[in-house]
Every structure is written in C-alpha cells, then in structure tokens.
Design a protein around this ligand. Structure first.
Ligand SMILES: Cc1cc2nc3c(=O)[nH]c(=O)nc-3n(C[C@H](O)[C@H](O)[C@H](O)COP(=O)(O)OP(=O)(O)OC[C@H]3O[C@@H](n4cnc5c(N)ncnc54)[C@H](O)[C@@H]3O)c2cc1C
Length: 336
C-alpha cells in the first residue's frame, strides 16, 4: 500500500504544479497516470508545439513546460504510479481513501485530487477493417516526436487543426521525404491561416493534398507499406507510404471517473469554486476535468485551481493548525 497525504489522479500540467503548491504546505503527493509518462495532453498530444499563454513565458514548447514543472516539483519528492489507470476510489474511514489501479496497485491518503483532464485518452479511429493490425507498425494516432518520421513517407488524414498543423510542420522543416494530407471534404475545419499555409505548401509541391477522398485500406507485410485511398471522382488509388497517421482528434471519455459517485455535468466533475471540492468531502477536481460557471480549459486556470484546492486540503488534514500564506521569495522553496 502506497501511503501519502494527497493522491493526485492525472499527471498532466495541473497535477504536476499541484505537487509544488502542496509541497509548500508540507503535504506529500503521489500521482497516478494511465499514460507511461507525465505531462498529460502536453506530452501526449502536442509536446513540440509552442504555448504562448503561460505567465512569464512568452513562448514555451509544451514538452519543455512539462520538464520545468517536473523540475519545480522535484524538491518535494513526489511519487508516481505511471502506466496504470485509477479504477476505484473507496472511502474506508472519515480520513482515508483507497485508490486502486487496473493493475491492482493500492494507494491510501486522506485527500484525493482528480486532475484527470479529458479522461483516459482514446483516439477517434477511422473505420478501416485491418487498422488495428498496423498500430505501432506504421499507424500512429498521435505525433509525439516529429523526428521519428525523419526521411519517411507519411500520409496524414483529417481536416482539423491537428492534421493541418502537423502537415505544415513536417513539410516546412524538411523532416519527412513526403507528406500527403487526405481529407474527405474539399474544405478544412482548421484555422484559416493554417488552411492557407497548407494550400501554399501544396502549390510549392511540399504537401500532396488529396481532398474529397478517404483512406479505406492499409497494405503491407507486418508493417504499413501502402494505403488505399478512395477518391470521389477518381476511384481507388494505392499510395506507397511508411506511415499512416489518422488525426481525427481524441474522444473525450471520463472512463472510470464517471463511476465514482461524483456529480457530473457536461462530461466533467462539478466543483465548488471556493476550493474546487466535489460533492464528496475530501475529493477535489482540478484542471480540465472539472466544470463550473465560466470554466476555461486553460493550463493557467488549472494552476490556480490546484493552488486553492491544496489550501483547503491542508485545513482538512490539519484542522487544528492555522495556515498563514508565506511567499517563496521570503522562505525559499523548502524553507517553510
Ligand atoms: C493541441 C492543443 C493545444 C493546446 N494549447 C493550449 C494553450 O496554448 N494554452 C493552454 O493553456 N492550454 C492549451 N491546451 C489545453 C491544455 O493542454 C489543457 O488545458 C491541459 O492539458 C489540462 O491539464 P490537466 O492537467 O487538467 O489535464 P491533462 O493534460 O488532460 O492530463 C490529465 C491526465 O490524467 C490522466 N488520467 C485521466 N483519467 C485517469 C485515470 N482514471 N487514471 C489515471 N490517469 C488518468 C490522463 O492520462 C492524462 O495524462 C491545448 C490542448 C490541445 C489538445
């Protein structure tokens, strides 16, 4: 049994910053994440994209932000259970919850903070019969590291920002030997500027644009070697490629979180905005996973929510102690 002060379910940016704020109050955290690495959406979906609205950083790559948050949290020695999904929360006494993962790991603490973001990630997959046979053998639903595709031929499918942004990135940085973008309509859903960039790159011959078409089949001996594209007027075309990357977004699915007796609204956990507590005393919800009036799914809002939630958690754990706000400039990081 892993024992700690606060179990944080979700090691995205919000869960990670909460370790720091809890640490300033001398509260230890242990984080659980179903993904094999920390960082949530920032690491899994867009590690190489710059973020422009983190206070004090005019621009920072999402992956770098996660590295910095890990460094900032390190003095407080957080624990991690990675690659395991939290499946149950049991309240065993007034001051103890037990969180169990799908692999049977048990964690005990008086406080649980749910920082589960969009929930367990599930990519939207196109209906291609043998698609799953090629997963991780040339079919990827998320681009984690563009260098993985260096010198390769890639077929991206999708009409939203993710598909457009990656087609632009791979083509502009001369990473791949060839990039094709397949979309079933003639117009795109993404930002106008991105659409224009893709059109310009197509004119320059750097992106092969195939619209009014869908990938309907995959071929290859043990790995992707070609895709079959069904075009509205030209019929079926077989295109040689090393990778097929369908970028149709992620399905927002709360997963096990929906079964924990919490008040759910719009696929998110309802919270009291005075301290981001849920309807179950001792359980808090912070970051993208919660909802309240005027909620914004932004990293900086999640940082604020985690900060207030740990103050409230401190009062629950130490009802006899008065918590006085201290500045890090005066007390340093571990000098509280
Ligand atoms: C392409 C893109 C660009 C973005 N750009 C910006 C931007 O410029 N600025 C900005 O502020 N925001 C941006 N966002 C939004 C931002 O990424 C989110 O607001 C932020 O990631 C939320 O952080 P979080 O920690 O709440 O959740 P997440 O980052 O979603 O992390 C939640 C973690 O919880 C885990 N989890 C869920 N359920 C369980 C479970 N049952 N057991 C174990 N683990 C679980 C998940 O695996 C995940 O790792 C962007 C998002 C996307 C997709």
């Amino acid at each position: 049994m892993i024992k700690t002060d606060i179990i944080i379910i979700g090691a995205g940016p919000v869960g990670l910053f909460t370790i720091f704020e809890a640490g300033l109050l001398k509260l230890r955290c242990h984080l659980i994440d179903s993904l094999p690495q920390a960082g949530g959406q920032c690491s899994e979906i867009y590690p190489k994209k710059p973020i422009y609205d983190i206070p004090g950083f005019p621009s920072i790559l999402a992956g770098e932000l996660i590295d910095n948050l890990m460094e900032q949290a390190a003095p407080f020695k957080p624990g991690f259970t990675l690659g395991e999904a939290a499946v149950t929360i049991d309240k065993v006494s007034e001051n103890e919850f037990i969180v169990t993962t799908d692999k049977g790991t048990k964690h005990s603490a008086p406080i649980v903070m749910i920082a589960g973001g969009l929930g367990v990630f599930e990519p939207r997959k196109p209906p291609i019969e043998n698609l799953t046979d090629y997963e991780d053998k040339g079919v990827e639903y998320i681009i984690k590291d563009p260098n993985f595709y260096r010198g390769k031929r890639c077929v991206i499918a999708g009409g939203g920002d993710s598909a457009l942004d990656w087609a632009i990135f791979l083509a502009k940085n001369n990473i791949v030997s060839e990039v094709s973008l397949v979309h079933r309509r003639s117009s795109f859903r993404g930002h106008l500027d991105s659409v224009q960039q893709v059109m310009d790159l197509a004119d320059e011959g750097k992106v092969k644009l195939i619209t009014e078409a869908e990938v309907v089949g995959i071929g290859g001996n043990g790995k992707v070697e070609n895709v079959v594209i069904k075009h509205k007027t030209e019929g079926e075309i077989t295109k040689e490629t090393d990778h097929f990357i369908p970028l149709f977004g992620l399905k927002p699915s709360l997963g096990p979180i929906a079964d924990w007796g919490l008040e759910i609204e719009k696929n998110a956990i309802k919270v009291d905005t005075t301290d981001y507590s849920t309807n179950i005393p001792g359980i808090y919800a912070i970051g993208d996973v919660n909802t309240y009036e005027n909620k914004l799914k932004l990293i900086l809002c999640g940082f604020h929510e985690g900060t207030l939630a740990v103050q409230s958690a401190f009062s629950r754990i130490h009802p006899e102690k008065k918590n006085v706000l201290k500045y890090t400039t005066v007390n340093g990081v571990t000098g509280f």
